[in-house]
Write a protein that binds this ligand. Sequence first.
Ligand code: ACO
Length: 428
Amino acid sequence: MPNKAILEIDGKKYEFPVLIGTENEVAIDISSLRGATKGVITLDPGFKNTGSCESKITFLDGEKGILRHRGYAIEELTKKASFLEVAYLVIFGELPTKAEFNKFEDDIKSHSMVNEEVKNIIDGFPKIAHPMGVLSSLTSALTAFNPGTVNVNSKEDMYQAIVRLLAKFPVLASWAHRINKGLPLNYSDNSLDYISNIMQMMFKIPTEEFKLNPIAVRALDELLILHEDHEQNCSTSTVRIAGSSAAGLFASISAGVSALWGPLHGGANQAVLEMLEEIQKDGGDVDKFINKAKDKNDPFRLMGFGHRVYKNFDPRARIIKKAADELFQDLNLNDPILDIAKHLEEVALKDEYFAERKLYPNVDFYSGIIYRALGVPVEMFTVMFAIGRLPGWIAQWKEMRENGEPIGRPRQLYTGETLRTFKSFEER
Ligand code: ACO
């Protein structure tokens, strides 16, 4: 393994240490570059080659299609653990003992009420507001109702902020859905487990008894485990960078929700379903849409295909595809959208354009189909993703704070005008 890297600029050599991760990943530590070279920086738009931190939370190998949290394979976690158990693992580093888990769950439940005054904020939103915008705003607003969570100066403060957010975030998410549908707002039911409670808060209506379907609960549990963390993606980097200014947990997570909203990131699950519906409405001609995606003059992209890091099958997509098949079988559902998705995947995987560019289905290709089967409306798909990603965002924020990382502040290569003299209106 290399232990140093040499960079030559204008005949002068500079030496940089090489760091090796526990999975033998190699990184050149260029933190001394600018000082040593008197001003030279690296340029890497989109950070395709730049590590922003050292992290112990998630390992992923995009070439091999590996995803592990704290050393545990995602395939094993989805089969053997619950969402909250994985959340504990991701946030605190180890699988909880039964006693630790019970305390964690009880602490979350004890904070599951949201201040009633938050409803005044909700009343101010137009009914057509996108739930992601509502969720981001309400998460930020939570700070005003819990000011003690901003300056976390001890382990206990941090723990209190974490359990509060894990408790209140799904309540806000369900409220974002219910105002959108004109439904009365539900409260948390502390007799239920975390996932069943989310389903009940979202779907229970006052006029009818609500029966939880264990198959649906397990499917959602598995789906949300798959989303728990994914190392330094766009929204997580946003959370870390917002938090690096010592912004509180809730404000940092609110920034992450906004970053997740975009269709190139978490918004892709909504975009996938809208695309599948469009193909269906258009008569179901899959080849036509494949050709559109390949046409450089057409901005259309095959949503749910391709990934910045996975240049192989997204391991989460494999798990989710199987889960979708099982769910449809167990619930005895038949959805033509699923058939279109399968056909699309089959055609794309055989197509040279997608093979050459290593474009495989990502997690979002199938997640929307599962949400749809569970009765989640399309505009709520990305909110469900946010609920799933919350433990990862928290874990990354906590790690950043505990490592005492400096404020995130990238440099730039200035390419604008050099000094010019101001001209008055008459001279312009
Ligand atoms: N459909 C058609 N062509 C595509 C697609 C796609 N979905 N994705 C990438 N390509 C092509 C690009 O046009 C480019 O072709 P070129 O080399 O001929 O110019 C090549 O593949 C590389 O694409 P980039 O955009 O450079 O790849 P990057 O790693 O920057 O982008 C991204 C990854 C944003 C995910 C992209 O694949 C995409 O837009 N996919 C669709 C949106 C999506 O599903 N996003 C969800 C990501 S997963 C998540 O956030 C949970």
